[in-house]
Design a protein around this ligand. Structure first.
Ligand code: HEC
Length: 178
């Protein structure tokens, strides 16, 4: 009986979810695939959280995706200089690129970006000897070799989540004008 009930529940859920899924443009679905488990390099979801997908290591993307155009988004995805990543040095002599998650009292939580997926470390403030601007860390998408169509799909997905936009992002929306 429980099995039957369970099955009935799953089928009803599937029926309810299916039409909603179908309304998502194909580009949005392709973009989500790439975001979650890209075959190229490290998937975005390892470091960014959008709605319930992924881990919030790096900054929130949806606010940005809601206000910045496709060209601007590609530029930030392919950024050569970073703003938040720090070179973290610890009392035991370790040095790693990190991004601070939070500081609570005498404790710091820092994502260690030298590991993949990044690892959240909890350190006593006194054991962090310095945090200074990091210049060598590279945002993974800069070397992953995404083509313009893939970038357009990722941006289509982000814009859909940001403001429900179903406008197809085209190649010319992400490439530099010739
Ligand atoms: C290894 C972790 C990691 C991966 C993988 C990653 N990012 Fe990031 N991303 C970051 C970090 C950290 C920052 C902040 C960099 C800085 O400015 O210091 C960032 C910044 C950004 C920004 C700029 C946000 C802002 O407000 O400045 C965008 C846009 C972005 N990432 C999109 C993506 C997309 C899209 C992907 C996948 C194609 C991706 N990222 C993959 C860690 C990652």
């Amino acid at each position: 009986m429980r099995q039957i009930l369970g099955f009935a529940l799953v089928s009803t859920l599937a029926l309810q979810l299916a039409p909603a899924q179908d309304k998502r443009p194909a580009q949005v679905q392709r973009g989500q695939e790439l975001f979650e488990k890209s075959p190229k390099g490290v998937a975005c979801a390892n470091c960014h959280k959008v709605k319930s997908i992924g881990t919030a290591v790096g900054p929130d993307l949806l606010t940005l995706a809601g206000v910045v155009g496709s060209h601007g988004l590609v530029k930030t995805i392919q950024m050569q200089t970073t703003e938040y990543v720090q070179t973290v040095k610890t009392a035991d002599g370790k040095v790693f690129p990190g991004i601070q998650k939070q500081k609570q009292g005498e404790e710091l939580q820092i994502w260690d970006l030298s590991q993949m997926p990044p690892v959240l470390k909890t350190l006593a403030s006194k054991d962090v000897t310095s945090m200074a601007r990091e210049t060598k860390w590279k945002h993974p998408p800069t070397t992953a070799g995404y083509n313009s169509q893939e970038l357009a799909d990722i941006i289509g997905f982000l814009k859909f989540l940001a403001n429900g936009s179903k406008t197809e992002i085209k190649i010319e929306d992400v490439e530099d004008p010739k």
